[in-house]
Design a protein around this ligand. Structure first.
Ligand code: SPV
Ligand code: MG
Length: 294
């Protein structure tokens, strides 16, 4: 069904993502977990969708701990890609296992038309970066092998492979994060995501100031949320991912409305706080002739 958003520029989504990453302003992606949330990201004007493992796991009612299978993650990414015109960047956790799993993920996601994959250097099974748990890292050379295997399997030169280092999440110094990231670039990574759970942006800014590669940097300012996109761009970050704000807004909105509905004895009490059916019809791509009239 047609969406009301105009189709954007020509060329594959992956080629457009590459062009965006070489542009003169920061590329902004927002996390999503299904077709509807991805459409909302596009409609709000963002340039890319982050198929977040945290959001997709949460949408299954499960922790983000390598419980959801690659096929389930892939299906969710496909659902997002199918109803949007902007590139989908798939959060592929650790690559779903060892180097062969990472290569297989590359093959499956690419064939499904997903523009970018992101894999991280934690041990499989991993747990969400903000969980109060051990955040064990794979030796850098072992993770480099995953990158090499995935790049070898890649068939579209425009597909973007993002290598994510969790060194700072694991409590290691910036120097180790840099060392790891440079190894990952040598192995073929097209971009580097350095994740941080600090409340302040200093460590990601320091990382960027010591970065010695033309490969673009990616930031996820979830905890260090006072940093501006301009500050990140000036430091060297080319992609900023707002990884989970949409899901968290949805959870809060649903909790509040359902709580109030539970305390009322008719739906009219909450009607003004929920989207009209017509708005959802429009989001679904229902032909206008079938939509309810105002
Ligand atoms: C995700 O959105 O799943 C991410 C980012 O990987 S984080 O939750 O911060 O690990
Ligand atoms: Mg994730």
């Amino acid at each position: 069904m047609p969406d009301t958003q105009p189709i954007q520029a020509q060329g594959s989504k992956a080629a457009r993502l590459r062009a965006l990453l070489e542009g003169t302003s920061v590329v902004r992606a927002v996390g999503a977990h299904d077709g509807l949330s991805a459409k909302l990201v596009q409609r709000a004007g963002f340039e890319a969708v982050w198929a977040s493992s945290f959001e997709i796991s949460a949408s299954h009612g499960l922790p983000d701990a390598s419980l959801v299978t690659m096929t389930q993650y892939l299906d969710a990414a496909i659902a997002m890609d199918a109803v949007t015109d902007i590139p989908v960047i798939a959060d592929c956790d650790t690559g779903f296992g060892g180097p062969m799993n990472a290569a297989y993920a590359m093959q499956r996601y690419e064939r499904a038309g997903i523009s970018a994959l992101c894999i991280e250097d934690k041990l499989f099974p991993k747990i969400n970066s903000f969980a109060d748990a051990a955040q064990d890292l794979l030796p850098a050379e072992d993770f480099a092998l995953k990158i090499k295997n995935a790049k070898e399997m890649q068939s579209d030169p425009d597909t973007v492979l993002i290598a994510r280092t969790e060194a700072l999440i694991a409590g290691r110094p910036v120097a180790e994060a840099l060392e790891r990231a440079h190894v990952y670039v040598a192995a073929g990574a097209d971009a580097v995501l350095v994740h941080s759970k600090s409340r302040r942006p200093e460590e990601v800014l320091e990382f960027a100031s010591r970065w010695e590669s033309p490969v673009p940097l990616v930031a996820v300012p979830t905890t260090y949320n006072t940093v501006t996109e301009g500050e990140l761009y000036d430091a060297g970050y080319r992609l900023v991912i707002y990884a989970n704000q949409g899901l968290r807004a949805a959870v809060k909105g649903m909790q509040e409305v359902l709580q109030d509905l539970g305390g009322a004895d008719r739906a009219a009490e909450i009607e003004e706080r929920i989207a009209p059916m017509a708005e959802v019809f429009a989001l679904q791509g229902m032909p206008s002739t079938f939509r309810t009239k105002p």
